[in-house]
Ligand binder design. Structure first.
Ligand code: NDP
Ligand code: 8X3
Length: 254
């Protein structure tokens, strides 16, 4: 895959950084965005031998900043072929009656509203060129409930359904929309969820072989490299060590 302009949100770590590496082949132009500039600068230095790399420090929650970033893209980076809506996070695992409301706000603002802003602002160019591909990173948490998943899972259910609805709106165009739903993958995700508690974060993956960021990058690469008449709607993937539990049944003490 070459000659594509690829806009990645959340490129400073995890899936987004792995996708940047995967797409950093000659002829591609990468727009790498995230809040932290240092990892973006490192990526730019590493990848610039393979691809043209433009970095933008960007908080996707800031609608005006997203608009400004897209409007001020250098000419060579304007015609975006692939938007990878990847920036996102989970915060906490407390039951709904105990969570910090600020955490819920942050997840909604990032996982839902940030993704909405990037999509809405990049999509018109794709439609007018009659080509493009939006790839949304959802989660198994958007399809399957678990205790403490409350708003995180809700935001990812939004991403999944929004992806399907986009396909309906784009019917008749050559703009593709794909939704990837990974299960447990070892990245900075759990360090963020548990707010820097490394021990708690490590315990999530202990004794398992979780998905890796490279597994997700390979999935995204495969989805993007399908012939232009093939729209991969949804892919759900999990570590072999993860599956489902039974329904929980509360029983009164006899
Ligand atoms: P990481 O924590 O490793 O990476 C998350 C990325 O999102 C970082 O680059 C971070 O950059 C960026 N980000 C977070 N908030 C914002 C913001 N407000 N504005 C811009 N960028 C932001 O996690 P993953 O790579 O694992 O997660 C990537 C996506 O995959 C997320 O949407 C996550 O929900 C989803 N996912 C993760 C799974 C997992 O088990 N790891 C499984 C299923 C889905 P910075 O902090 O520099 O802004
Ligand atoms: C991340 C996977 O299971 O921690 O989306 O919610 S999980």
């Amino acid at each position: 895959m070459s000659g594509k302009t690829i806009f990645i949100t959340g490129a400073s770590a995890g899936f987004g950084a792995a996708c940047a590496h995967t797409f950093a082949t000659e002829g591609n132009r990468l727009i790498l965005t995230a809040r932290r500039i240092d990892p973006l600068l490192r990526l730019q230095a590493e990848l610039s031998t393979g691809a043209e790399v433009h970095i933008i420090p960007l908080d996707v929650r800031d609608r005006e900043a997203v608009q400004g970033a897209i409007e001020s893209l250098p000419e060579r980076f304007r015609d975006i072929d692939v938007l990878l809506n990847n920036a996102g996070l989970a915060l906490g695992l407390e039951p709904a009656h105990q969570v910090d409301l600020d955490d819920w706000d942050t997840m909604v603002d990032t996982n839902i509203k940030g993704l909405m802003y990037c999509t809405r602002l990049i999509l018109p160019g794709m439609v007018s060129r009659n080509r493009g591909h939006i790839i949304n990173i959802s989660s198994t948490a958007g399809a399957w409930p678990y205790p403490g998943g409350n708003v995180y899972g809700g935001t990812k259910a939004f991403v999944t359904q929004f992806s399907r609805n986009l396909r309906c709106d784009l019917h008749g165009t050559r703009v593709r929309v794909s939704c990837i739903q990974p299960g447990m993958a070892e990245t900075e995700f759990s360090q963020v969820r548990f707010k820097g508690n490394d021990e708690q974060a490590a315990s999530v993956y202990q004794g398992t072989e979780p998905l890796t960021a490279e597994d997700i990058a390979e999935t995204v690469r495969w989805v993007v490299s399908q012939p232009s008449h093939v729209n991969v709607n949804t892919i759900e993937l999990m570590s072999i060590d993860q599956s489902w539990g039974p329904f929980a049944i509360h029983r009164e003490q006899q």
